[in-house]
Design a protein around this ligand. Structure first.
Ligand code: HEC
Ligand code: HEC
Ligand SMILES: [Ca+2]
Ligand SMILES: [Ca+2]
Ligand SMILES: [Ca+2]
Length: 464
């Protein structure tokens, strides 16, 4: 409006004064510049639109979106407290309820500085299934359990808790050994890959039976998740191609899971196999299974719970209201070359670059142009990465494409943290070399690249 009025004034004064003309042109130019400056969306590298943080230090994952309103910021702050709350076993304490068995005592001790955790006891989770019970699923059972396609293991349930409060016994002792193999790129450059060998000794001293299927998972980062929750489901489903109708070898499909709140089947979005439909359920699941804390969504048998709805919703709000870091070095020719290779090697076929967010509880997250580099769909990643354990509709070789925004800061936030679902990849090169199945062609393209091109691709990932 202001610009238009200036233009009107301009036409009247034009014949009288060249000075007025120049002033008006300057005003318009300044107006355009100003409106660009107030919207982070248009700044180069704004990977999450107005919800981007331009912090690229070790605290980058901890920033709230700069565009949160006052009430949204208040929710974020309450969430921050919930995420940091360390639970104890003392019955009358403020933060009571830990255990009796658990994996860790607070959200932040696994999602360190909101980043990924390490493949170590206390952070690595083992999800388990009784393989002998799969042949005859009990159709009369709870739909949540039947759909999960993961019959619980007697004495362990669906997750191994290897810690306990005083007076209780951890379910098992977990040891992680690394097995290394050698390989080489097409140009002869050698590399080494490692994969974990998980040794579980049960509380009674017995090893875990071979019939138990085990899925090891490291804690993923938790920033930018509200924006991923806000991507319209129809935009994700439009990317699915379960029968590979277009013949490009890529057949992403959604996971469909049980939503405890609506008591209905819903598209899965969170967790390494997209087994949680939303951040509320993911948070309640973490309280129950990772910390041994009942909540209104997953109460005790008698209906009681150890945290109330306010705390549960606060934890949900925290992972919803974290910004995603901006890209950097966008003018660097090596990064630009890497971005081109990322596209040429079909990495973008799963790591989808752009979306526009739809509606969300937090308006600050709505209608943002975002660049998360994920399609949120399941892909067969081959035998090398397989856990051979189903999770709702995901089979033993399928994983959900993880987002790559901010991934370049992973080891700035936590040195030596690893990539992939079990943290086995120490570098981006190793992460790519483990890609198989639908991503075999991408992996082969990387393998065939010159050393210079491989470096450029890695530099691009570091710039995210
Ligand atoms: C013992 C370690 C541990 C603790 C404690 C823990 N988490 Fe997690 N978290 C994980 C792991 C491992 C995953 C991946 C789970 C999977 O793949 O199913 C995960 C996944 C998540 C995700 C989904 C991330 C994504 O990108 O899909 C969110 C959100 C999350 N956790 C929030 C929380 C909250 C909130 C708490 C505290 C109430 C918490 N976590 C406590 C280990 C932990
Ligand atoms: C067929 C789909 C697909 C293609 C194509 C693909 N990826 Fe992935 N990518 C995935 C999935 C799924 C995972 C998670 C696998 C796991 O954790 O076991 C992943 C994981 C990664 C990770 C680790 C992320 C993390 O948070 O640990 C990086 C880095 C990565 N991919 C980069 C690439 C690059 C570079 C290319 C192209 C050379 C590529 N990907 C091609 C699906 C794909
Ligand atoms: Ca408890
Ligand atoms: Ca258990
Ligand atoms: Ca396809």
């Amino acid at each position: 409006m202001r610009v238009q009025r200036t233009l009107g004034d301009l036409s009247k004064r034009l014949r009288f004064s060249l000075v007025a003309l120049l002033t008006a042109v300057f005003t318009i130019a300044a107006g355009v510049f100003f409106s660009a400056a107030i919207s982070a969306q248009t700044l180069p590298g704004a990977s999450a639109g107005d919800a981007t943080t331009f912090n690229r230090t070790s605290s980058a994952y901890e920033d709230a979106p700069p565009n949160l309103t006052e009430w949204e910021s208040a929710d974020h702050d309450l969430g921050d407290e919930a995420f940091e709350e360390s639970f104890v076993s003392t019955p009358d304490a403020d933060s009571a309820g830990l255990g009796p068995v658990f994996n860790n005592a607070s959200c932040v001790s696994c999602h360190i500085r909101n980043g990924r955790g390490m493949p170590e006891p206390g952070q690595l989770l083992l999800r388990v299934t009784d393989g002998t019970a799969i042949a005859s699923p009990d159709k009369s059972a709870d739909p949540a359990e039947t759909l999960k396609n993961a019959p619980p293991v007697a004495g362990l349930g669906n997750q191994i808790q290897d810690f306990s409060i005083v007076g209780a016994t951890p379910e098992a002792n977990v040891d992680i050994l690394w097995k290394e193999t050698a390989g080489s790129y097409a140009d002869g450059t050698p590399y080494r890959l490692r994969s974990p060998e998980i040794n579980v000794v049960l509380a009674n001293g017995e090893p875990l039976p071979d019939t138990v299927q085990v899925s090891p998972r490291v804690p993923p980062h938790v920033y930018g998740l509200g924006l991923l929750e806000a991507i319209p489901e129809s935009d994700l489903l439009a990317l699915a191609d379960p029968d590979d109708a277009n013949g490009d070898g890529i057949s992403g499909r959604p996971n469909y899971v049980w939503d405890e709140q609506t008591q209905a089947v819903s598209m899965g979005r969170f967790g390494w196999k997209a087994s949680a439909p939303n951040l509320l359920q993911q948070s309640a699941d973490a309280y129950l299974n990772d910390m041994g804390i009942t909540s209104p969504l997953f109460p005790a048998e008698d209906g009681s719970s150890e945290i109330d709805e306010t705390t549960l919703v606060a934890a949900e709000a925290y992972s919803q209201t974290l910004a995603a870091p901006a890209r950097t070095l966008m003018d660097d020719p090596q990064v630009q070359r890497g971005e081109q290779l990322f596209s040429d090697a079909s990495c973008v076929a799963c790591h989808t670059a752009s979306f526009r967010t739809g509606s969300h509880k937090y308006p600050a997250l709505e209608n943002q142009k975002i660049h998360p580099y994920t399609d949120m769909l399941l892909h067969d990643m081959g035998e090398g990465l397989a856990d051979n354990r189903a999770d709702f509709e995901a089979n033993g070789q399928e994983w959900r494409t993880p987002s790559l925004w901010g991934v370049g800061l992973a080891q700035t936030v936590l040195p030596y943290s690893g990539y992939l679902h079990d943290g086995r990849a120490r570098t981006f090169e190793e992460a790519i070399l483990w890609h198989g199945g639908e991503a075999e062609v991408s992996k082969d393209a990387f393998d065939a690249m010159s050393a210079e091109d491989r470096q450029a691709l890695v530099k691009f990932l570091q710039s995210l």
